[in-house]
Design a protein around this ligand. Structure first.
Ligand code: NAI
Ligand code: MG
Length: 498
């Protein structure tokens, strides 16, 4: 399948070494000495051995994070200095971009070129953007008129303070970027963190831990505990001394997080699944729209929470669009992400391979028409074909459920009312796409769609300044932009009688 593999030597050496977790500035093994293995998605072979943290490690990390939160070296650090450290971290990510991108390919499977062009610079951007906020987290002054104290005067103001010790649990589809989305705002606001990377892809977070030390953050501000979801993630979500938990992953685990957080009423933000609709009108610029809607689901092997996985095409152009998408799908070169020729890598895990191929069978049983793809590729590694399922019915599971693979369902539409109803008939509400040259149509659709993001004549466009998050069961709160800061701040009102 692959010919010339190009791996950054620093990254392969990093993957092969003995790994530790970062707690209180020390690199340590799990308290019980347990380990777990990760696998190279392109071969299925063992890639790395990591400490399997559990509740004892989480407890140690939380205690350290609590101490760091109260320590003058962080608590009293001037916001401008905090901003400088965060900016430096962004710079260090760019300095090590090739190495970090290779780690993402080794761990996650995605093409190196994609990680190098998207994941890594976006992660750096996030820190650079957040660095600027550190000095702008101002409160306000408020004039009071208290009815039962008519003769009194007050000076009242608000302070915006860090929420405290934060637990952050992240997934494997954009390992470094998800760490950045989470850590950036937590650090900007002066919180301290226990980060639990996904057990499939912990390497780039550990390398980031080293860069965090190099940037000069005080010990204990960021702690990184590797381990399985149930063993390390669950005790973090339930920990009584964690003030806030931020989670990105499956909607099912998101619900578990909410239950686990209930005991001490920790604040919760969630970025969960999606089944994002793409609406393609017959007046769209087809040369852009056809590859646009195809790549909306094929990008990152379809392992994207906001993947445009449900496509609705206006009936007049339905056949033309299917033909064009099929040409795009067939031109996608699937292979080892370290091969520079590769457009699409393997899925990230055996679990994902089983899930996606399972949905391919379900689609077939439900009567969807496979236009192209539909199969696993080979028997080594976790590769599947880019797949287009046409003529799908709204009630099919492949239309309703998140597949998280390079699989798109396509259905024609005639009537715009019916289209909007179908687009919104989902438990999810993360993102949507609209393709048309008619501005009024685009604005009307953008207003009618129940989703946290609407892209018009584009898809998967991200920027650190743009809030991202879900309506309905796609989540609570927003990542990025000014909005994310509210997840990590609490407001104190100070009232002084003068
Ligand atoms: P997951 O939700 O189980 O894993 C995400 C993170 O949560 C990982 O760090 C994991 O260790 C942790 N976790 C798992 N169980 C936990 C628990 N009980 N308490 C606390 N933390 C826990 O997702 P998984 O199993 O890797 O993938 C299943 C499906 O979830 C995917 O096929 C996809 O549909 C969806 N998903 C959505 C993502 C998104 O970006 N919204 C990302 C990853 C998965
Ligand atoms: Mg899971």
């Amino acid at each position: 399948m692959s010919s010339q593999l190009q791996a950054h030597p620093g990254a392969t050496a990093f993957a092969a070494r003995q790994h530790s977790m970062l707690i209180g500035g020390q690199w340590v093994q799990a308290a019980h000495g347990k380990t777990f293995e990760t696998h190279d998605p392109a071969t299925g072979e063992v890639l790395a051995v990591l400490p399997a943290g559990d509740s004892e490690d989480i407890d140690r990390a939380v205690k350290t994070a609590r101490a760091a939160l109260e320590h003058p070296s962080w608590r009293d650090m001037h916001p401008a200095q905090r901003g400088k450290l965060i900016h430096k971290l962004g710079d260090l990510i760019l300095e090590h971009a090739d190495e970090l991108a290779t780690l993402e390919t080794l761990d996650n499977g995605k093409p190196f070129a994609v990680a190098r062009a998207a994941d890594i610079p976006l992660a750096a951007d996030l820190f650079h953007y957040m660095a600027g906020w550190a000095t702008k987290l101002n409160g306000g002054t408020i004039s009071l008129s208290v009815p039962y104290m008519p003769d009194s005067k007050f000076h009242a103001y608000t302070l915006r303070e860090p929420i405290g010790v934060v637990g952050q649990i992240i997934p494997w589809n954009f390992p470094l970027l998800m760490a950045a989305w989470k850590l950036g705002p937590a650090l900007t606001t002066g919180c301290t963190v226990v980060l639990k990377p996904a057990e499939q892809t912990p390497l780039s977070a550990l390398r980031l831990g080293e860069l965090i030390q190099e940037a000069g953050f005080p010990d204990g501000v960021v702690n990184i505990v590797t381990g399985l979801g149930e063993d390390a993630g669950a005790p973090l979500a339930a920990h009584p001394d964690v003030d806030k938990i931020a989670f990105t992953g499956s909607t099912d685990v998101g619900k578990l997080i909410v239950h686990a957080a209930a005991d001490n009423l920790k604040k919760v933000s969630l970025e969960l699944g999606g089944k994002s609709p793409n609406l393609l009108f017959d007046d769209a610029d087809m040369a852009a729209a056809v590859p646009g809607v195809a790549n909306a689901v094929f990008f990152n092997q379809g392992q994207v929470c906001c993947a445009g996985s449900r496509l609705y095409v206006q009936d007049k152009v339905y056949d033309e669009v299917l033909q064009g998408m099929s040409d795009v799908a067939k031109s996608v070169k699937v292979g080892n992400g370290l091969d520079p020729e590769t457009d699409m890598g393997p899925l990230t895990s055996q679990e994902q391979l089983d899930r996606v191929t399972g949905y391919l069978s379900i689609g077939e049983q439900e009567g969807a028409r496979t236009v192209t793809g539909g199969n696993r590729i080979g028997s080594r590694g976790y590769f599947v074909e880019p797949t287009i399922l046409a003529d799908t019915d709204h009630n099919m599971r492949v239309v309703q459920e998140e597949i998280f693979g390079p699989v798109i369902s396509v259905a024609p539409f005639k009537d715009v009312e019916d289209l909007t109803r179908k687009a919104n008939d989902s438990h999810y509400g993360l993102a949507a796409g609209v393709w048309t040259k008619d501005l009024s149509k685009a604005h009307r659709a953008a207003a009618a769609i129940k989703a946290g993001t609407v892209w018009v004549n584009c898809f998967n466009v991200f920027d650190a300044a743009l809030p991202f998050g879900g309506f309905k069961q796609s989540g609570w709160g927003r990542e990025m932009g000014a909005e994310v800061l509210e997840n990590y701040l609490q407001v104190k009102a100070v009232t002084i009688q003068i």
